[in-house]
Design a protein. Structure first.
Length: 132
């Protein structure tokens, strides 16, 4: 079942999940209902995490909201495009989704960390109030 598969996936490292992703995507593209269920459940969780981050930052999911997407699983066009469609459906309007390469993500993390250390805004607020 998808729930059992999800429980197993929760015990895997992000690297292990990403390594198995091509198998799930291949099954999804062959109309496998279990693969579709697994992908949808994971993407819904990401949308929910985004909603939590927005609430903690006291922001609204307004039209044109810029969203940075990156990381192992989101390197997949299927996952990234599906996630964007789910965000737009959940929030009722288009988002400005941008792909972030690993180097840029590392620079963003360094910017947050240095700003938080120096007490600068918005980095301090993001790290203290939003970081999941």
């Amino acid at each position: 079942s998808a729930a059992r598969l999800g429980a197993v996936a929760q015990r895997l490292s992000p690297r292990e999940v990403a390594a198995r992703l091509p198998v799930v995507i291949d099954a999804f593209e062959r109309d496998d209902w279990l693969a579709a269920d697994v992908l949808m459940a994971g993407m819904r969780q990401l949308v929910e995490l985004g909603e939590v981050a927005l609430r903690r930052a006291d922001l609204e999911a307004e039209e044109g909201l810029r969203v940075a997407l990156g990381g192992g699983v989101l390197r997949s066009d299927t996952c990234r495009e599906g996630l964007v469609r789910l965000m737009q459906a959940a929030w009722g309007h288009p988002v400005d989704a941008r792909r972030v390469e690993p180097g840029a993500a590392a620079l963003g993390a360094a910017w947050l960390a240095s700003g938080w250390q120096a007490g600068e805004q918005p980095q301090r607020r993001w790290v203290e109030d939003v970081a999941l």
